[in-house]
Ligand binder design. Structure first.
Ligand code: AHR
Length: 494
């Protein structure tokens, strides 16, 4: 197969919000307990309870934002359960595992500080109150002499944390209360009014995020309609989108390592983009004058099966390529699409990290994020890739080459991330750089393996990891072959 890539380096399309490269951690399975948090008494190397290897890995991939505590868990979580010296065990309604509350607000905020990312808290709308939500904001952010700010101080945290990102509920159409779009909109209007007021405690204000649906247009349309008039109190609307490479009922089949399933999974980037487009149209239409709303997708990723092990699943190479193609697509929807997070950070669904006892393994999804981190905060450039058309068994058609290109903030580096979505064929490609006067050199790294089903596990170690490959970048164009089922990131020094 042959291909052609053109990048117009003098055609800027806006800044790629770093938060597109976010993650989501819920009290589900071993994401938090046993994954990110092992406790200070553990034999596993830790920093006051935080798994050292996880902190280091998330720092190295430059994780920009982490959403917590759910997910479905958020709408039955009462934050006061998880602060102070007395932490009693409580229920975990949705995921039925014991909840010790050892890991609460201060532990989460310490994790974010250690990783160097923004915290994004999701308040309880389904079974909580507005009062509980604003008390949480006061606890985290207030510098006043007031009850919850003082409670934080008695817990050893003198200075306010300045938490900026606050989600108003989670999937309130489902586990968050089975609400109609109208019902949720009424709740959200109320929460946002009070939360906006407390937002002044943070310099620059807080970002309040309404919880949309993403897979039900009628529900979303109703929510937007009844939120109308209160969007000045909100900053973003989030949607969710999971990929089964088929239907919810038949998702187990997607474990199948055949080419057909690979193409269906990759075809779902097309499906996701359609959801992004629809939600984006609503967000843009309903933005009040002078207050452009942002679109978030704060849960997405592959979902292969429901297991008794708390949604643990392997994340093979195909997940890494799916993540890379999705990130390319997300980059292209910047800056309206301002935040996304894969579900979830460790040991759950499309995880970045897998842990077993004291071992930690980086998944191909992790490597895709790490390899593409150069796009964070960079300027998206106009680009086009043409090669062969692929199609999945659902009739979705897409280009074999998925691409995005950006120029770093300091103007010194041009980053090209290219996924060859063909399972079988390499793609000999001519890369044309327009609007570039001179280049100082280039490096490239590739993520691939013999099969799209190859994974990193505890027995065989990291079989899928980035490798440096030679690239002969030149002007005005140069040739490069992208192997079948691979992600290549080329960084050109300007
Ligand atoms: O990520 C797992 C679950 O998927 C989340 O708790 C929920 O929000 C979604 O349905």
């Amino acid at each position: 197969m042959t291909g052609m890539i053109t990048v117009w380096a003098d055609h800027d399309l806006g800044v790629i919000n770093p938060n597109i490269y976010g993650s989501f951690a819920e009290h589900l399975g071993r994401c938090v307990y046993g994954g990110l948090w092992v406790g200070p008494e553990s034999q596993v190397p830790n920093d006051e309870g935080l798994r050292t290897a996880a902190v280091e890995a998330l720092r190295a991939m430059r994780l920009p934002i982490l959403r917590w505590p759910g997910g479905c868990f958020a709408d039955d979580y009462h934050w006061e359960w998880g602060v102070g010296a007395e932490r009693r065990s409580r229920r975990n309604l949705w995921w039925t595992q014991p909840e010790t509350n050892e890991f609460g607000t201060n532990e989460f905020l310490r994790l974010c500080a250690a990783v160097g990312c923004e915290p994004y808290l999701c308040v309880n709308v389904g079974s909580g109150t507005v009062e509980e939500a604003v008390n949480w904001m006061e606890y985290c952010n207030s510098a006043q002499d007031s009850r919850y700010a003082n409670l934080r101080r008695t817990h050893g945290h003198r200075e306010p944390y300045g938490v900026r990102y606050w989600g108003v509920g989670n999937e309130n159409w489902g586990c968050g209360g089975s609400m109609t779009g109208q019902q949720y909109a009424y709740e959200c209007r109320k929460y946002a009014t009070f939360m906006r007021k407390l937002g002044v405690d943070v310099e620059g204000g807080v970002k309040l995020v309404a919880a949309g649906h993403g897979n039900d247009d009628a529900w979303d349309a109703e929510m937007f309609r009844y939120l109308h008039g209160s969007f000045h109190n909100l900053d973003a609307v989030s949607i969710h989108r999971y990929s089964f490479a088929g239907s919810w009922e038949h998702k187990a089949e997607t474990l199948d390592p055949t080419a057909e399933h690979f193409y269906r999974l990759m075809g779902d980037v097309v499906g996701m983009e359609e959801r992004v487009r629809r939600a984006r149209a609503l967000v843009e239409y309903y933005s009040p004058p002078g207050h452009p709303l942002e679109l978030f997708m704060d849960e997405w990723g592959t979902w292969y099966r429901d297991t008794e092990e708390g949604l643990f699943q392997q994340a093979p190479l195909k997940d890494g390529l799916f993540a890379a193609a999705a990130l390319n697509m997300f980059n292209r929807h910047s800056p309206v699409l301002a935040m996304t997070s894969t579900a979830q950070t460790a040991n759950v669904l499309q995880a970045l990290l897998l842990t077993r006892g004291s071992e930690t393994v980086l998944t191909p999804t992790y490597h895709a994020y790490e390899m593409m981190k150069g796009h964070q905060g960079a300027t998206l450039l106009a680009s086009r890739a043409s090669s062969s058309n692929l199609a999945d068994s659902d009739g979705r058609e897409y280009e074999a080459l998925s691409l995005s290109a950006s120029r770093s903030e300091d103007g010194q580096t041009l980053t090209l991330s290219v996924v060859n979505l063909s399972c079988e064929q390499d793609c000999a490609t001519e890369i044309m750089l327009r609007g570039v006067d001179a280049i100082q050199g280039a490096t490239a790294r590739i993520l691939t393996a013999e099969s799209t089903a190859t994974a990193n596990d505890f027995e065989d170690g990291e079989r899928v990891k980035p490798q440096a490959v030679p690239v002969a970048a030149g002007l005005p164009s140069f040739a490069h072959t992208f192997p079948a089922h691979s992600l290549t990131v080329i960084e050109i020094a300007l």
